[in-house]
Design a protein around this ligand. Sequence first.
Ligand code: MOS
Length: 740
Amino acid sequence: MTTQIIGTPLPRVDGRAKVTGAARYAADFNQPSQLHAVLVSATVGLGRVTGIDTAAVERMSGVAAVITHRNAQRLPYRPHKGFIDPAFGERLHVLQDDQVRFFGQPVAIVVAGTLDQAERAAAALRVTYSAETPVVDPSDTRATAVPPDPSSHAHADKSRGDAVGAFAQAEVKVDIRLDIARETHNPMEPHATIAAWNGDRLTLWSKSQFVVNEQAEIAAIFGIAPENVEVICPFIGGAFGTSLRTWPHVTLAALAARHVGRPVKLVLNRKQMFFTTGHRPRTLQRVALGATRDGRLTSVIHEGTGETSRYEQFVEALVSATGYMVSCPNLSVSYRLVPLDSGTPTYMRGPGESSGMFALESALDELSYALRMDPIELRKRNEPQIDEADGKPFSSRSLIQCYDQGARAFGWSRRDPNPRSMRDGRLLIGWGTASATYPVFYAPTRARVRLLADGRVEVEVAASDMGPGTYTSMTQVAAETLGLPVERVEFRLGRSSFPPAPPHGGSMTMASVGSAVRAACLEARRQAATLATSDNQSPLRGVAASDLEWRGDRLARRGAPAAGPSYAEIATRYGRPVQADGSTQPDPNVAGRYSMHAFGAAFIEVAVDPAVGTIRVRRALGAYAAGRIINPRLARSQCIGGIVGGIGMALMERTAIDPRDGRLVNAHMADYLLPVNLDIPDIDVLFVEEHDPHVNPLGVKGLGEISLVGIAPAVANAVFHATGKRLRNLPIRIEDVLVG
Ligand code: MOS
């Protein structure tokens, strides 16, 4: 019996738990005798706390403690080397001094018997400050751009040939500047942590995309052994990168629980989630392209600047894709950071590439009009044969197939290339396209498998699932590898005591965790076979491994008509479950030989009302080549989510900052615009078949990020096609269409 489970559209195995409310999120794990904590956030953008009137609040009903920098435990904050240093080590040491580094920074925490009591007390707490004017705008003349720290060597400037000289000589030129607004993740589920101490042992039920890092980091902050910290997070209600790091509220929940000697629950409100849990950094970019009249690039210059905080550098791959997306002998990319008086940004939905590719793909579209050439044809003329950034072959690259199959499905050949040429009544119709790409990340991971005597199988990894369907896809990998129906497999994640996994981000979960699950299942089979052939009672005693074969869950002598014992029978005879760990990591020889990326092409139709400037996306299609697709139903759903995020980036999302004090003026869901159902058209997703034997044992490239990457430039390119107006700042707003 061979089971074909990978590649089938299995519905979510956790779907019923989610829709019935049985799935438990961090804030659902209420503890006996738990108290509630509420943060008090700074109302100045820079300065010092000069006074906190705690006495009045301490007398309020139900209040158990008011913790400030004056009475908070001094925490050792031992150095912690995170998965990606330094971005995963918290440098904001909360309640340890009187400094205010950004608007909204926590300055106190109030603990009370009920949430209502804690909220009332937090609102009543009077804090005085000495305030200075913060610098919160990267284009502010007082702001200074600096190169990334040398430890971020991947982000150093890179060049080949003579880009500046070639640009000066080019027959056709485009030279543009682009500005993408700061964005805030805004998942549905708020950040939440319940902390409970038992002596020196700490349990955290905490929203996290990276439970083993949260365990290690909190242990380092409190100076205790990592084995004394357990982080539990079986479900995540969306995160988009905001829960990759361990933000200050996690430390504060643990600090407060220790302070009051009771379990403490801390849930951030929507406003607080704008200030202290990261954001997509605002970016300022310049792209200059030089080309011959027949559309061959002779020069590419890409300069990118991102905002960061003063106390940490956050780096992302803003200009990295440019070097491998196009063939060009002369190319120069550079990346700078502007430290600001704000919280540290973090990874958000296709971090780096989604912002950088907006710039490159907008510039290529502009060049296509300057050349009077179809934008897809322009990309074909500049398609590289190898990765010219590092001289390596691609493990696989199907960008042109994505364009061809996507264009056919979208009906691109019916497009009139002239701007303002397509109409529907009084609406201007525009079709735009852009490339998508994202690196294939694959990191060391371990998994554990238990074959139980009752025929069931348990699989455990300290992975997370923020929505793409990790429970389901891993169940498929385990079931297929073990030759079992999916009903017999129980996959568990979200516990730091399980075997360690990399962050649930960077589109690396399927590749990393999937490969480890497969390895653990193969190891469990090997061990089961060893037991079956060394057992005195076993009919297979002494049979050589090479003479054995698995038929589903039964072991048999190769070619023999009768099947031998099943996993359950082996485990029963053995007297305990057959347990095996498996781990995988990138093969350095392969990883060093190939350039590994996923590719895609986005197609967008917009309708613009020229009278009032409204822009509606009417159709969206993404064609992706991302290696093997484990579950087409989940993959499609994930890509739809990414495309929706791209539409938000293009047309709505912007975190607005008051330059006077760094206050975020739209820190709530009424004014921070996100796409809702009425903003979203029918979305079409297609997967280009791709077999990549190099990327990892499963042949998957990852899907989370790439589906967002090309959407914003495709929308902007469609808006130009509709209106003849080139808009280079995101989000594109009604007034941008109307003015000028
Ligand atoms: Mo994703 S931004 O790596 O969670």
